[in-house]
Design a protein around this ligand. Structure first.
Ligand code: GTP
Ligand code: MG
Length: 289
């Protein structure tokens, strides 16, 4: 086709490629989620269904990109870690960041009914997520990034758990805020324990540590299956990295079976089992016909 005289405008487009050999982290974050959570009357400080919905959206993104080695979610944010040697979209920044944000948002909407139908909770208005890409040149930088996000989850959750218990006990929001001004972690632990008989360490791990998602081989009935599994663990210490050496590219036993334990009841696992069963049925049907 002949070039139109307008075609020169194409050269105004600028494509940025993400530096080679660096870990790529794409982090999505809910836009004005303070308002979104209020509008939908999400439980404070943690709404288990809202967090499960974030995990469902995180799972969908991971299923679409096979170069994500780990995802980490807490509050209204999710970080996706792409391998150092990822060649996704030839590492074009705009393409990657916009696609991750868009898929995460549509998945959040797609899974909404499944998660919230037991509360008959309808969506009042469409949510939006922004996204950014950050490059980390060393393994230590990547570990520090993830530690930063998990430490943030801990600090916020301890504060919010104490704050909302104070408010529930009758304090106004500003009185609760004043009471917590300048307190250290141990002070908040003490308030929770002495005033509300809550041992913070017994709060659900998902609230305290956030959710880590990884691809693992699991047993579904008699069959081995690759599933995105939720992991609720500390990732700041070395233990986590020794137990999951594949993240930093150190090969693990290929067929090592990951024990889901009680996480078999997590919505993202139940969903993947359901899809797996449906596919199996579909396959058998076409064989029968
Ligand atoms: N009630 C409730 N609120 C939550 C929950 N998870 C996240 N949020 C809300 O989401 C907010 C997330 O923080 P930010 O991302 O800093 O705030 P934001 O309102 O989304 O603002 P921007 O990200 O700057 O657009 C928190 O401050 C909470 O208000 C939850 O489980 N329950
Ligand atoms: Mg936000």
């Amino acid at each position: 086709m002949a070039l139109s005289r307008f075609e020169y405008v194409k050269h105004f487009e600028h494509e940025e490629r993400l530096l080679k050999n660096c870990w790529i982290v794409v982090r999505v974050d809910g836009k004005s989620f303070h308002r979104f959570c209020q509008a939908h009357k999400f439980n404070k400080p943690n709404d288990i269904d809202a967090l499960q919905l974030m995990n469902m959206a995180g799972m969908t993104v991971m299923q679409d990109f096979n170069e994500i080695v780990l995802a980490y979610g807490q509050s209204d944010e999710y970080s996706f870690v792409f391998r150092r040697d990822a060649s996704v979209y030839q590492r074009r920044r705009d393409k990657l960041v916009s696609y991750v944000a868009s898929l995460f948002t549509s998945a959040y909407m797609f899974h909404w009914t499944r998660i919230f139908q037991h509360r008959s909770l309808a969506m009042c208005y469409p949510p939006a997520f922004d996204a950014r890409t950050v490059l980390y040149p060393t393994d230590k930088n990547l570990r520090d990034y993830l530690s930063w996000r998990q430490a943030d989850a801990h600090v916020n959750n301890l504060y919010n758990t104490t704050f909302w218990n104070l408010v529930a006990s009758g304090l106004s929001n500003s009185d609760a805020e004043n009471k917590l001004k300048g307190t250290l972690a141990k002070d908040k632990n003490e308030i929770l324990f002495n005033q509300f008989h809550i041992n913070y360490n017994n709060e659900p791990l998902m609230f305290r540590k956030g959710t880590i998602l990884m691809l693992k081989t699991v047993m579904v009935g008699e069959n081995k299956q690759k599933f995105i599994v939720p992991i609720f663990e500390d990732l700041i210490g070395d233990d986590f990295w020794l137990r999951h050496p594949e993240i930093l590219g150190k090969k693990t036993k290929l067929e090592a079976i990951y024990d889901l334990g009680e996480n078999v009841n997590q919505p993202i696992i139940r969903y993947q089992i359901e899809v797996h069963e449906k596919r199996k049925k579909g396959r058998n049907k076409s064989v029968d016909e």
